[in-house]
Write a protein that binds this ligand. Structure first.
Ligand SMILES: Nc1nc2c(ncn2[C@@H]2O[C@H](COP(=O)(O)OP(=O)(O)OP(=O)(O)O)[C@@H](O)[C@H]2O)c(=O)[nH]1
Ligand SMILES: [Mg+2]
Length: 712
């Protein structure tokens, strides 16, 4: 069995190798190399730890090093940096606990898998490179973890690089993250990290004195024993065991954050990190549970991480395995998940997001739980149950989608999902052939159900299938999945803006639909006055016919004919808006006039009126709210001017944390200028910018843009 993880897609490139067989070449472990599936007896035996941090920092290298340290036959080997695009999970016994460790992608397009990892975990390890600055996106992520009270540790990698400096990185971490202190110090010899020294327990030398005192003071400040500080200030040497106990408590409570050096490739620091995971990181009973309600939003009280309670679990990620079909990665919050047991499946994403989410209608179903497995990278080991606090793979669930809750039949429940950023990068796709087109709809429906960071839209107006995504790499990944998993070839094409036509001048026209040569004729003449209306007014029809020039029964025909023609557009095929059509006069024939004839006459009149001097194009304008770090505010504002944006206001962004200010910019920007904005904003704001948008109105399209937009 193999699963579709980010790295499975890269086949042999992944780096945990089996010593006995690899012979220097990286390979995935065979079935025989697998450690037994862990079988934790109680939630207290479990640790769920997610590795997060910027791309290239060394999360995957650390993940491999953790496996290599505890799983026989595995070792970590250097490789090229291969960007992780999915979530990778390994469950194994460390000797002290069952460790479920989750490796996430650092690249921002794959935020969905990062969130899945955070959701499944009770503690996070922030992996940062000692050779690079800590960027703002990482500090934002830190803040999010703070908001949900997640305990954290910081691992500093790349300390073997010439420009790396552990002390400087520790200072930066303190500034950025708050109460973080080094608990260990690297031993660097000839540019290699050969070991680490524990500042409380190890053999420290005078060079460690400052860091050691700083750590002790921090621990004492965090201590629940208020007398400790006085005793320390009076010069008493506090017992190391007391300090360690207080340190572990503070780490578990998420009030103190250890920083430690790790060299994933030599293994230095890995044991020390495992020590923190085993002894200081909290077990799942300590971590606050997400809010749980009934499927109709009622109160559910007393949910606790206890295997004997009714089941509450969440599908944090869904993939499709070529052999076993659909695979759901499930975090059990309460109760016990059992093979063959029927559970309730609830999906209410739109309730939490506040609007309908395409591909995720609310649903409540019952479904039997298929085979359960314990994940080990891209291999799975069957198991019979998963207790509260654990993470398991469930195969063959057909009704449960990503973010859905599984609960016991006698207490149906919904877990509040972690709300994700909205995908903002649209890309239109077109099936390469008819047979691709036939398969496309089904394939896209699967992708949408699996990936909550993707939306799909079929625009009848522009006749495009549009995928809303997190960024270009996400697009490439989705198109790759369509090809690899479903054999559907698509090409991306520019996203078309839905334009409108409007009248800019008042005009009077006559429409004549007269055909009276032989047989039953057709006769309808109508005089229309056409006037522009203010933006947003839509369509108005006025009847000013006097003396029955157009018989009463045909007046609605004129209106209907006009309306239908306006919807079809007059010059460019885009609907016409903001116009008043007044029927002023007309002529009818006692036999040859009909409903259809008057509809046609009205349409003809409008066509008569339409030309380049009476009409213009309108483009949609969005209201955009951009949040950005102040350092890049100027760059974002000038970029907005370049895309015809009007800044309507700015205000300080609240709750964005200690370092540096953040600003929210409110602007009005033509939609056509926003089609690549997620990519451009990321670059001008150095990854700090994010935005939301809502449709605002239509405005005249400037003459110099007409050609450009009509071409696409
Ligand atoms: N010299 C050195 N290289 C390291 C260290 N840690 C990781 N690397 C290398 O840095 C590169 C990137 O490491 P990865 O583990 O793939 O980075 P990542 O954090 O998983 O990156 P994403 O998956 O893109 O988010 C790889 O080539 C690693 O072998 C380290 O401490 N020193
Ligand atoms: Mg990686």
């Amino acid at each position: 069995m193999t699963s579709e993880t980010g790295r499975a897609a890269y086949g042999l490139l992944w780096t945990v190798v089996s010593e006995d067989k690899a012979g220097g070449m990286a390979k995935t472990p065979g079935r025989n190399d697998l450690p037994a599936a862990p079988n934790p007896a109680s939630p207290q035996d479990i640790r769920n730890v997610v590795l997060v941090g910027p791309g290239g920092a060394g999360k995957t290298a650390l993940f491999d090093a953790l496996l290599a340290a505890r799983v026989a036959g595995q070792r970590a080997a250097p490789t090229e940096h291969v960007r992780t695009t999915g979530l990778t999970v390994a469950s194994f016994d460390t000797g002290a606990v069952t460790l479920n460790v989750l490796d996430t992608p650092g690249y921002p397009d794959f935020v969905g898998d990062l969130r899945a990892g955070l959701r499944a975990a009770d503690a996070a390890v922030f992996v940062v490179s000692g050779a690079d600055d800590i960027d703002r996106p990482v500090s934002l992520l830190w803040r999010e973890c703070s908001a949900v009270g997640m305990p954290r540790a910081v691992v500093v990698t790349h300390l073997d690089q010439p420009r790396a400096d552990f002390a400087t990185t520790v200072e930066t971490c303190r500034r950025t993250f708050g109460d973080a202190r080094a608990t260990h110090w690297p031993v660097v010899e000839d540019g290699e990290v050969t070991g680490v020294v524990g500042l409380l327990t190890g053999e420290t030398s005078p060079e460690h004195d400052d860091a050691r005192s700083a750590l002790i003071e921090s621990v004492i400040e965090e201590s629940e024993d208020a007398t400790l500080l006085d005793r320390y200030l009076e010069g008493e040497t506090i017992d190391t065991e007391v300090l360690l106990a207080d340190l572990r408590t503070a780490i578990a409570q998420g009030t103190f954050f250890p920083i430690l050096p790790v060299a994933p490739l030599t293994g230095a620091g890995v044991e020390e990190l495992l020590g923190i995971i085993e002894r200081a990181f909290p077990d799942p009973t300590v971590h606050p549970l997400p809010a749980v309600t009934t499927p109709v939003g009622g109160v559910v009280t007393g949910v606790a991480c206890d295997p004997s309670q009714p089941l509450v679990a969440e599908v944090v990620r869904t993939t499709t395995d070529p052999y076993v079909g659909r695979l759901s990665l499930v975090r059990v919050f309460a109760g016990t998940l059992r093979v063959d047991e029927t559970v309730h499946v609830s999906g209410h994403l739109s309730d939490f997001v506040g609007h309908e989410v395409a591909g995720h209608p609310a649903h409540d179903d019952d479904e039997r739980v298929g085979p359960l497995a314990s994940p080990f990278v891209d291999t799975h080991r069957p198991r019979g149950t998963a207790i509260a606090g654990d993470i398991a793979l469930v195969s063959k669930l057909t009704r449960a989608e990503t973010s859905d809750t599984l609960s016991s039949l006698d207490r149906p429940a919904v877990v509040a999902p972690w709300v994700l950023p909205e995908p903002q990068l649209p890309v239109a796709i077109r099936a390469a052939t008819k047979s691709d087109d036939d398969k496309l709809g089904g394939a896209l429906q699967r992708l949408v159900a699996e990936d909550v960071t993707m939306r799909m839209e079929h625009s009848s107006e522009t006749d495009q299938v549009v995928l809303w995504t997190m960024g270009q790499a996400h697009v490439d990944d989705l198109i790759g999945q369509l090809a690899d998993r479903y054999g559907v070839t698509v090409t991306a094409e520019p996203y078309r803006t839905a334009l409108r036509e409007t009248f800019v001048r008042r005009c009077q026209v006559q429409g004549r639909h007269v055909k009276q040569s032989g047989g039953h004729g057709q006769y309808a003449v109508c005089s229309l006055e056409i006037e522009p209306l203010p933006r947003g007014a839509g369509f108005e029809f006025v009847d000013k016919v006097v003396g029955g020039a157009v018989p009463r029964q045909f007046i609605p025909s004129v209106e209907k004919g006009a309306r239908m023609q306006l919807e079809k557009g007059l010059l460019t095929g885009h609907p016409v808006v903001d116009v008043r059509v007044t029927l002023t006069d007309g002529k009818a024939h006692s036999v040859d006039s009909s409903d259809v004839a008057f509809q046609t006459a009205a349409a003809l009149a409008l066509k008569e009126a339409a030309n380049e001097s009476t009409m213009a194009l309108l483009e949609p304008i969005d209201r955009v709210h951009i949040t950005v770090a102040d350092d890049y505010l100027g760059a974002v504002m000038s970029d907005l001017r370049g895309r015809r944006g009007q800044v309507v206001g700015t205000e300080p962004a609240d709750g964005m944390g200690p370092e540096g200010g953040w600003t929210v910019v409110h602007a009005e920007v033509p939609q056509a200028e926003l089609s690549r904005y997620p990519i451009d904003l990321r670059s001008v704001s150095h990854g700090t910018g994010s935005f939301v948008r809502e449709p605002l109105r239509h405005d005249l399209l400037p003459a110099d843009k007409v050609k450009e937009l009509l071409k696409t």
